[in-house]
Design a binder for this molecule. Structure first.
Ligand code: UD1
Length: 419
């Protein structure tokens, strides 16, 4: 069973070589969900081979779509008449399932989407999503664990100010407002590159959207959208993971297909840790010759330091020269995996949203467990700089976000196997 898989890593290798970064998970899942806004055949390219794409395919199939997933593209045939229910068994496996909420209400006037519940990184509410849809005229309530949203007579454009620039809420509101009557303004909207990708996808379907990449998005509703073909942007979190891997292992990795502009702050931080980061013709190269210097980081919505790279920065600081303070501002309990790093000999103390880290020259291999995708990747990086052998249980978490992670690590010279 895949869920019992683990990685076995023998530390000590410097990672050297080339990798190619695939399409962004956090973008492609949202693009797939938004495809239901238009009847007909939409094709999404540069799709990573990860388990979550299959879960989203299942969800769309249950709504009545025909989904064909070839190696790196997904073709979604969206019927005129769609179902409206996203069941708990799929939503609990993958939170991005809630991204069908906005499109369903906009297109067919009804959605029943299971509440995702909490997960390993925090409670992750849906209140902004629901308030946003209500502002557009939908009636929403929660019944038997489902959000039920209705707008039989269609949605009406509105002014919506978010208390926090939530990525998911901005996406659900934007994908609903594209078919609403009139103008919607989202103030304090998210600015993540994935959200810009979704906006551009919608524009290619015929939507009218202005202000993508700024905290003020203006959407003028249209009556109907058309199917489209779209190429997903490269995954900035995988890019960042490789960049941290190069810096931590004193390696030299060229990352083809990477977009440095989506990762300005993490790359600047790596430079202050001592890495040499250069642009290449189609990506970036990250080199490191010495032990990294500790870096202070506070996660924030884009363009701030991404919360998804928090485990990587804590792993780097664990073996850095000096003391560092890392603050998590997006999720309430992302530090669970710190206990696993401590099992490897890291010197970390956590106080609320802050982790205080005293770097040690080397970690020491031990069995550990991944609790979510990014924690899993961070633990693999820590294992690479641990003396001896580390096993990381819960490899399936990592599979959700990193296509062929172990194989790619081996290509770069790491001693990693999967069992
Ligand atoms: C978040 C990240 C995103 C990352 C993704 C996957 C941010 C701002 N967002 O997006 O970059 O790719 O995880 O790991 O870094 N919240 C509410 N009520 C709501 C919606 C959100 O209270 O209705 C809170 C959440 O609990 C959380 C914060 O707002 O504390 C950010 O949430 P949000 O951006 O919506 O999360 P994701 O869309 O999952």
């Amino acid at each position: 069973m895949a869920s019992l898989d683990r990685f076995r890593v023998t530390g000590g290798a410097s990672l050297r070589g080339e990798v190619t970064v695939t399409g962004a998970k956090n973008s492609v899942l949202k693009l797939m969900a938004a495809s239901i806004l238009a009847a007909g055949t939409t094709t999404i390219e540069n799709v990573p081979e990860i388990a979550d794409v299959d879960i989203m395919s299942d969800l769309l199939t249950r709504l009545g779509c025909t989904v064909i997933h070839t190696k790196d593209s997904v073709t979604i045939d969206v019927p005129e008449k769609l179902g409206y229910r996203a069941d708990y068994d799929l939503v609990r496996k993958m939170r991005a399932s809630i991204n069908v909420l906005g499109p369903l209400v906009a297109r067919i006037g009804r959605a029943e989407v299971a509440l995702p519940g909490g997960d390993a990184i925090g409670s992750r509410g849906l209140d902004y999503h629901i308030k946003g849809l209500e502002a557009l005229g939908a009636k929403a309530h929660i019944e038997h664990g489902y959000v039920i949203a209705e707008a039989e007579d269609g949605l009406i454009g509105s002014f919506i100010e978010l208390d926090f620039p939530s990525v998911g809420a901005t996406e659900n509101i934007m994908t609903a407002a594209v078919l609403a009557k009139g103008v919607t303004i989202i103030e304090n909207s998210a600015r993540e590159p994935d959200l810009i990708d979704l906006g551009e996808f919608l524009i290619s379907m015929g939507a009218k959207i202005q202000g993508l990449g700024t905290p003020l998005i203006t959407i003028t509703g249209v009556e109907k959208l058309n199917p489209t073909t779209h190429v997903t942007i490269p995954d900035r979190i995988i890019t960042g993971t490789w960049a941290f891997a190069a810096a931590m292992t004193r390696g030299d990795i060229t990352i083809h297909g990477a977009r440095a502009k989506d990762l300005e702050l993490p790359l600047e931080k790596l430079v202050s840790a001592g890495a040499i980061v250069t642009s290449t013709s189609d990506g970036i190269r990250v080199r490191m010759d010495s032990r990294p210097h500790a870096i202070d980081v506070a996660t924030l919505p884009y363009p701030g330091f991404p919360t998804d790279l928090l485990p990587m920065v804590i792993a780097l600081n664990s073996i850095a020269v000096g003391h560092s303070l890392v603050t998590e501002n997006v999720f309430e309990s992302r530090f669970m995996f710190v206990n696993e790093l401590i099992r490897l000999g890291a010197q970390i103390s956590v106080d609320g949203h802050h982790a205080s880290i005293e770097g040690v020259p080397e970690l020491s291999g031990a069995p550990v467990e991944a609790t979510d995708i990014r924690a899993g990747a961070g633990l693999v990086l820590a294992a690479l700089v641990s003396e001896g052998e580390t096993t990381i249980d819960g490899a399936f978490h990592v599979d959700r976000g990193y296509p062929n992670f172990a194989e790619q690590l081996v290509t770069l010279g790491a001693k990693v196997s999967r069992e």
